[in-house]
Write a protein that binds this ligand. Structure first.
Ligand code: CUA
Length: 168
């Protein structure tokens, strides 16, 4: 009887974790997906890929301050440039990137800011990043888009805050 009990305990020691681990992973998945909002970058919208240059807000690519410390970049990608390809923001800014492609598939990668999205013609991609440290952050196209793909780059320039802005 004692021997049988021992075997039962060993079985229990295996069975419990084999239930607890998947249940724990499922709980973690649910909490991060719905509680913390962690998800894949999805399609934020679609526009006519043949009319990107005429469709707002991509008809006027550029940087817009939407609130103190909050910026929005309306960006288009085309062979082999980003528009705008240089962005200046003060340190501590949060930048929302809204981007799409005018021609072929491009990529938008800012390695030091954890921005990594594909830009498909007419499909609007969104990513956001906070830039705390002053400096230059390269913007890179990381989807092969033709002969000059390797030259397709831009940068985010994060400027140190001025004293007046810090006091604000
Ligand atoms: Cu655009 Cu590679």
């Amino acid at each position: 009887m004692k021997r049988g009990t021992t075997i039962y305990l060993y079985e229990l020691a295996w069975i419990l974790p084999s239930f607890a681990i998947p249940v724990g992973m499922l709980v973690a998945l649910i909490v991060t997906a719905f509680g913390a909002g962690v998800h894949l970058v999805g399609v934020e919208g679609r526009i006519d890929p043949t009319k990107v240059g005429q469709t707002a807000p991509f008809d006027k690519p550029g940087l817009v301050e939407i609130a103190p410390g909050q910026y929005e970049v309306r960006m288009t990608a085309q062979i082999w440039t980003f528009a705008p390809n240089e962005i200046r923001v003060p340190a501590g800014s949060t930048v929302h990137f809204w981007a799409t492609s005018k021609d072929v598939v491009h990529g938008l990668l800012i390695p030091r800011a954890n921005v990594n999205v594909m830009l498909l013609p007419g499909q609007i991609a969104h990513a956001q990043a906070r830039f705390d440290a002053p400096g230059e952050y390269p913007i890179i196209c990381h989807e092969y888009c033709g002969i000059a793909h390797h030259t397709m780059a831009g940068k985010v320039i994060v400027e140190p805050r001025r004293t007046a802005e810090v006091a604000r």
